[in-house]
Design a protein around this ligand. Structure first.
Ligand code: FE2
Length: 309
């Protein structure tokens, strides 16, 4: 199976698909799936643009609305997670995951799908300890404050992800797992992004929640974006010695490393290359649903053995 990974999308769907179709034509190959690692910007109209958390001068309609209104159709099946610059009002409507337009699927605030036997999990948002153990207290219309807190990862979704027991092939997060920089070429990283030096030194570059999930789920691949730089790492898990291959990509701009095409080994007994619900994830959603909190405080979460039963 051949998949393409894209870093931050920033509404540049036309350019991303153009680049991928060009790659397919030049190499006479087919790309089966595109995974976008956040800052997707599913902006349908001017009202959605108001919700994006960024200074007004950077706000742009982008090209998603053409795929939403039916003018264009995504040429490659696409799945994505949210980052910290999103039309969060639209993504909130699809909290559990869903199609934002034909052929483009949002994984949800936390979700797992199955594509041709490949199990792909993802977490929307970025880590910020200020709201980590809170409920989803934000109500619409979002205020200047709540359009920022809404994309902070919640413990509830990390807890749900942590219940996964079956092997996961890919995991997608917007910010990096904390500590991953130490497992790649950190010198080159700091040459490209010298202002990360302090965070690398103090072990604070990246998300603690993602670090926890990386160690817990041990996926074969982990893809991220957010820091706008291409970076690869191999993370070893003790004591069984499997590894997670980590790849972060840049944003979609000329002469930047924003796309990586890679071949993933066929999964045994895999089905057709189309999206399916993941059975284990559906069971986890059902078992954990009653603990979802829409109040400021998150309801207390049962221990793993209780929720497993
Ligand atoms: Fe970002």
């Amino acid at each position: 199976m051949r998949i393409a990974i894209e870093g931050c999308c920033h509404g540049e769907l036309d350019n991303i698909y153009e680049a991928l179709v060009h790659l397919q034509n030049v190499n006479s190959c087919k790309i089966d799936l595109l995974i976008i690692c956040g800052d997707f910007q599913s902006i349908r109209n001017l009202a959605d643009l108001d919700v994006i958390a960024c200074p007004d001068k950077y706000k742009s309609m982008g090209t998603f609305y053409r795929y939403y209104n039916g003018e264009k159709v995504a040429p490659i099946p696409t799945i994505f997670i949210g980052g910290n610059h999103e039309a969060s009002n639209y993504l909130w409507e699809l909290y559990h995951g869903g199609w934002v337009c034909p052929n483009i699927y949002f994984l949800g605030f936390g979700g797992v799908v199955n594509f041709g036997g490949l199990r792909i999990g993802g977490l929307t948002g970025i880590y910020n300890p200020a709201h980590y153990d809170k409920g989803f207290f934000e109500t619409q219309p979002f205020s200047n404050k709540s359009c920022r807190s809404i994309y902070h990862v919640r413990k509830y979704n990390v807890y749900r992800m942590a219940q996964i027991r079956q092997p996961l092939h890919c995991f997608v997060s917007h910010d990096w797992p904390n500590g991953i920089a130490a497992y790649g070429n950190v010198r080159r990283l700091l040459k490209l992004k010298p202002y990360f030096a302090d965070e690398v030194r103090t072990g604070t570059l990246g998300s603690d929640a993602n670090q926890f999930l990386l160690k817990r789920l041990k996926p074969s691949y982990w893809f991220s974006a957010h820091l706008h730089v291409k970076f690869a790492a191999v993370y070893p898990h003790e004591p069984e010695h499997p590894v997670t291959r980590f790849l972060a990509l840049d944003k979609c701009l000329p002469r930047r490393d924003f796309i990586q095409v890679m071949d993933i080994p066929e999964v045994e007994g895999s089905g057709p290359y189309e999206l399916h619900y993941d059975e284990e994830w559906l069971a986890i959603m059902r078992a954990t649903h009653e603990y979802m909190s829409l109040a400021y405080n998150q309801k207390s979460l049962p221990d793993d053995a209780t929720i497993r039963a």
